[in-house]
Design a protein around this ligand. Structure first.
Ligand code: NAP
Length: 561
């Protein structure tokens, strides 16, 4: 299915491929490797200056993965997983970025990536059956298939308080950290946000700055990471057993390799306590994987949440601050659980203050500080750890247009609709790796990426073998999948939290639970069954009537050729 390498385009000559990929993080890199090996011409366009995606951008102090390094890594190449040496139990950002760069070099991926180029529009030309992507600066790429590999947490969000432009110091976002070293020595710093990023960045900033003020809206559950160098022999042991370990991970809902299989309330209190204590002490894996019912049974959840609140109270010496840091109002795990190194201890320092912005909302930034409803806090620098327009933001920030010029933004205005989190009715030949409706952010995401890439590669091979040039999700199957994803979420405690999983962090975003909670193991089996049955939810060269009858008020763009 190799197409010509150049076509005429109203915007000038365009590069043309079988498959266009947006993004060169872990998903984009594996797509290039996998599809190239199958003989497809494939090209990725990446906004960053190099590979690595989230690990390219998140250079903030303390950035570290909370999945064990030996598990948060590609499994597709045995030589790769044997040769790469991890130094720490939970790798820090620079090491993961080095790993991504090693993968890019080892598999010679860079020759099929255009860096420093952000895609702004993607249009499907129905007559030609081709996608045309336009980048900043006007460069155009044309391809038969479009696969988005844009990441679930890459569209950063910052507050827009009055006075932000007038603040005289620097303002940072954890997800867009500068490439040069940021030195807070002697400075008064404000950190806004206490999610996973805030909880990681706060301790190292407190170490360096003259004074740190943390602005907290919602206290979060966080477990100690207990990071350490990998012990001699530990890595060799895992490498010797990698095939078995990876097989266990593939058969695990979260694509990790340990769980107890028991419910919290099924074990006597002493046993439960001992299990939680051991996990707290060892930082082995999250409590959510220790027991089977934490996310489905309110009493089980409360028992685990109470244990963590007890630990916070025992760590933080000022009882008023301790209470403010104790999460209330959402079950543990229904907002993404955080992992930290010395987070709660940081609030015992004399040079760190905690401001509760629920009782004292931020009103504006002044030239020299942050003003709340109560007072002004003078600061020299502001760090936003305020999160992302998760799972859909990176897609809807591109003006993607499918059949009839229909825009993805409009089609998803009431919440994303997707078949398997991979394909969208009305958007032929487009696939979304770790898209909404897939396990993605609820599991070890590299394993989720591998599952998607391998399934898509098999599908594209299947289409090529049969001479199919156009594939599209069937609207009926899509509706059924959307309902299934919603039903699974409704049977859990997740919808009780105002989390980014449900879009609650973005004003106006529809409240739709975004990821698939059924587990990567179950999801994989379903995808495999669908492939074995000849892809019943996909229409081959057989478009359905317009699945979105309401007119699209926005204009369509020019045809490709
Ligand atoms: P996040 O979890 O969405 O946290 C954002 C924080 O900013 C929340 O505390 C939020 O409060 C607060 N916030 C947002 N807007 C605010 C405003 N206008 N005023 C005051 N506070 C505001 O974002 P994140 O910490 O960047 O993490 C996102 C996800 O990335 C994580 O859940 C995780 O999946 C991933 N991540 C993983 C790691 C790791 O592996 N260790 C590290 C970093 C990130 P509310 O809760 O009240 O909205």
């Amino acid at each position: 299915m190799t197409t010509d390498t150049a076509v005429d385009d109203p915007a000038g000559p365009a590069d043309r491929y079988d498959v266009l990929v947006v993004g060169a993080g872990f998903a984009g890199m594996y797509l290039i490797h996998k599809l190239r090996a199958l003989g497809f011409t494939v090209h990725a366009v990446e906004a960053a200056g190099s590979v690595g995606g989230t690990w390219y951008w998140n250079r903030y102090p303390g950035a570290r993965c909370d999945v064990a390094s030996l598990e948060y890594s590609y499994s597709f190449s045995e030589p790769l997983q044997q040769e790469w040496e991890w130094t720490e139990r939970f790798a820090a950002q620079p090491e993961i970025l080095r790993y991504a760069e090693h993968v890019a070099d080892r598999f010679d991926l860079r020759r099929d990536i255009t860096f420093d180029t952000r895609i702004r529009t993607a249009d499907f030309d129905e007559r030609a059956g081709l996608w045309r992507l336009r980048a900043d600066g006007g460069r155009t790429f044309v391809g038969r298939f479009l696969i988005t590999a844009v990441g679930c947490l890459s569209a950063a969000r910052t507050p827009d308080w009055p006075g932000q432009r007038d603040f005289t110091g620097p303002i940072y976002h954890t997800g867009q950290w500068p490439h040069h070293e940021v030195d807070f020595t002697g400075q008064r710093v404000a950190v806004v946000g206490t999610g996973s990023s805030g909880i990681q960045v706060i301790p190292p900033i407190a170490e360096q700055a003259a004074h740190l003020t943390v602005f907290q809206r919602t206290a979060n559950f966080s477990l100690p990471t207990r990071n350490r160098p990998l012990l001699p022999g530990e890595q060799a042991d895992v490498k010797a057993r990698y095939p078995q370990i990876r097989a266990m991970m593939r058969d695990n809902p979260r694509a990790l390799h340990r769980r107890t299989g028991k419910g919290v309330l099924q074990v006597p209190e002493q046993v439960r306590r001992a299990e939680l204590e051991q996990r707290w002490r060892d930082g082995e894996v999250s409590f959510l994987t220790a027991f089977t019912d934490v996310l489905t049974d309110a009493d089980a959840n409360r028992a685990v949440a109470d244990f963590v609140r007890e630990k916070i109270r025992a760590t933080v010496t000022d009882p008023v601050v301790a209470e403010l840091l104790c999460p209330q109002g959402h079950p543990i795990g229904t907002k993404r659980i955080c992992r930290d190194t010395g987070y709660f201890e940081t609030f015992n320092r004399d040079d760190v203050d905690l401001v509760d912005v629920r009782s004292e909302p931020i009103v504006e930034l002044t030239p020299g500080g942050v003003r709340t409803s109560r007072r002004e806090y003078p600061v020299d620098a502001v760090v936003f750890a305020t999160g992302y327009d998760a799972m859909t933001g990176a897609l809807t920030r591109i003006d993607i247009r499918g059949r009839g010029g229909r825009s993805l933004r409009q089609v998803w205005a009431d919440g994303p609709r997707s078949y398997l989190g991979l394909a969208v009715a009305g958007f032929p030949n487009m696939f979304t790796v770790t898209g909404p409706g897939s396990p993605s952010v609820l599991v070890n995401v590299i394993m989720a990426i591998e599952q998607h890439v391998e399934w898509l590669a098999e599908l594209l091979g299947h289409l090529r073998d049969r001479g199919v040039t156009r594939v599209e999700a069937d609207p009926g199957h899509q509706d059924a999948w959307v309902a299934h994803v919603a039903d699974l979420a409704a049977a859990t405690l997740y919808p009780q939290a105002d989390s980014w999983f449900i879009g609650a962090n973005v004003p106006g975003k529809p409240r739709v639970f975004l990821p698939y909670v059924g587990g990567l193991d179950r999801y994989r089996r379903r995808c495999d069954e669908i492939a074995a049955a000849g892809y019943p939810g996909l229409r081959f060269d057989d478009p359905a009537p317009d699945p979105y009858p309401a007119p699209d008020p926005t204009p369509t763009s020019d045809p490709v050729v």
